[in-house]
Design a protein around this ligand. Structure first.
Ligand SMILES: *[C@@H]1O[C@H](CO)[C@@H](O)[C@H](O)[C@H]1NC(C)=O
Ligand SMILES: *[C@@H]1O[C@H](CO)[C@@H](O)[C@H](O)[C@H]1NC(C)=O
Length: 429
């Protein structure tokens, strides 16, 4: 007995030594400054906001389709009872949204959190939007036939010694019928020195006009595998499983300058105090936390709702009726464009609007966070009304779900922890 136990201990010891640790610590990647929705003359950039709202709506409609497909895949694999798959919880964006998406769009430079990655061996560089609201990686393919691909960096599998073809296909469909679509490959993906081998991604051969004049080449999704259109692990999940990062979490600082993404932990120089964690609710695959409320000044306007934390979205969206209730607590506010869900308020008194969450760890302070991008600019030249940074939109995510983009995220240090299955907020340093 004794000898057997010693041998086992030795085997465990040796296998611990043999495990390659490619990266002993977290790595920070700089993210360039993003463009605001306020034009140089101080007016609200309505066309840009509408464009972004449509992109956000299309992304989340695709997420809901992916969730359903992944459940069906799982049901097939599990050989289980299909009635247990909770399909009824999926709701799709209403028809009216699809119609709106088909309107011609004014294209201007887009705004996301961007950074450099490489794919392949040797590495082919791409300029990427890091998106906690989706779970796939895609970049343009060298055989892309859309004119939109013209000026962008393109991936050529022939030039990479580590590229492997994979079965299947990838696609996001927009309301106007245009798509981002392509085949599937695996290859080595490197982000700020963090390497994921055999990462699934799509080199897209069709790229919707939605991405014309947009500086990004592609998107790197950072939500749970359940949202993946490819039905595969996203980059960070692969990287952690291969030992490329020490901790199963990543964190964003999103600011008008000095933004960064930290892979494999948190950058303690970027926040003060403790991190208030909130356990992810539901199992759909979003970074979603419940028990939220929103206040105007110190008065709670709406409470007990769910929030999805999405670095790939600019604005903050809530269900139309809840957002109407919110603005009813802001004196002098009025609906400015009912179809797009925007409201205005008197520029002379910008309200202090904050989110907070119940059910955090006892003893941790709540992080009431101002929507500091709440003022998106004047409603028009010479107008004394300003456009508010929270819009009412039915994105199909559920009638009690708000989507928090960087209008909120710029106020806090945000930690996305697979290790704790939680989202954490801390005060920016
Ligand atoms: C990304 O790479 C390009 C060159 O490939 C470089 O000019 C640019 O500064 C890089 N951006 C960041 C944020 O590292
Ligand atoms: C991909 O790279 C190979 C080898 O460099 C080249 O011959 C081929 O033309 C490239 N394909 C495309 C579509 O650019």
């Amino acid at each position: 007995m004794f000898r057997k136990a010693s041998l086992l201990a030795l085997i465990f010891y040796l296998s611990a030594i043999a495990t390659p640790v490619k990266q002993a610590r977290g790595i920070s990647i700089g993210l360039p400054e993003r463009r605001s929705l306020t034009k140089a003359d101080g007016t609200f950039d309505y066309d840009q906001a509408v464009l972004q709202t449509r992109r956000t709506a299309a992304k989340h409609r695709q997420n809901l389709i992916n969730i359903q497909r992944n459940r069906e895949r799982k049901a097939l694999n599990d050989d289980g009872d299909a009635e247990n798959q909770e399909r009824s919880t999926i709701t799709f964006a209403p028809e009216s949204l699809s119609r709106r998406q088909s309107e011609p769009l004014t294209e201007e430079q887009e705004a996301e959190w961007l950074g450099n990655i490489t794919i392949g061996t040797p590495g082919q560089p791409f300029f990427i939007d890091f998106d906690t609201g989706s779970s796939d990686l895609w970049v343009p393919s060298s055989s892309c036939t859309s004119s939109t691909c013209g000026p962008k960096n393109k991936y050529n599998a022939t030039d990479s010694s580590t590229a492997e073809p994979q079965p299947g296909s990838f696609g996001i469909t927009y309301g106007d019928g245009s798509t981002v679509s392509g085949g599937v490959k695996t290859d080595t993906v490197t982000v700020a020195g963090v390497v994921a081998d055999n990462q699934f991604f799509s080199p897209v051969t069709t790229l919707s006009d939605n991405f014309e004049d947009n500086p990004i080449d592609g998107i790197l999704g950072m939500a749970y595998p359940e949202l993946s259109s490819l039905g595969q692990d996203p980059f960070f999940v692969t990287a952690f499983s291969q030992g490329a990062v020490p901790k199963n979490e990543f964190a964003f600082k999103l600011a008008s300058s000095g933004s960064s993404l930290y892979l494999g932990g948190t950058d303690s120089s970027l926040y003060t105090g403790s991190i208030e964690f909130h356990v992810v609710s539901g199992s759909q695959g979003f970074w979603q936390i419940g028990g939220a409320s929103i206040a105007v000044g110190s008065n709670t306007a709406v409470s007990n709702f769910q929030t999805i934390i999405d670095t790939g979205t600019t604005l903050v969206y809530g269900p139309p009726s809840a957002v109407e209730t919110l603005y009813s607590k802001i004196p002098g506010s009025e609906a400015s464009n009912e179809q797009e869900g925007f409201y205005t308020f008197p520029c002379s008194s910008v309200p202090s609007v904050s989110f907070s969450w119940d059910g955090g760890n006892p003893g941790l302070s709540r992080v009431p966070s101002k929507v500091n991008l709440f003022n998106l600019g004047t409603a028009g030249e010479g107008s004394s009304q300003c456009v508010g940074g929270i819009a009412g939109q039915d994105l199909g995510l559920g009638d009690n779900v708000w989507l928090l983009g960087d209008g909120f995220l710029q106020n806090v240090y945000t930690v996305f922890s697979f290790a704790q299955n939680a989202v954490g907020f801390a005060t920016l340093a």
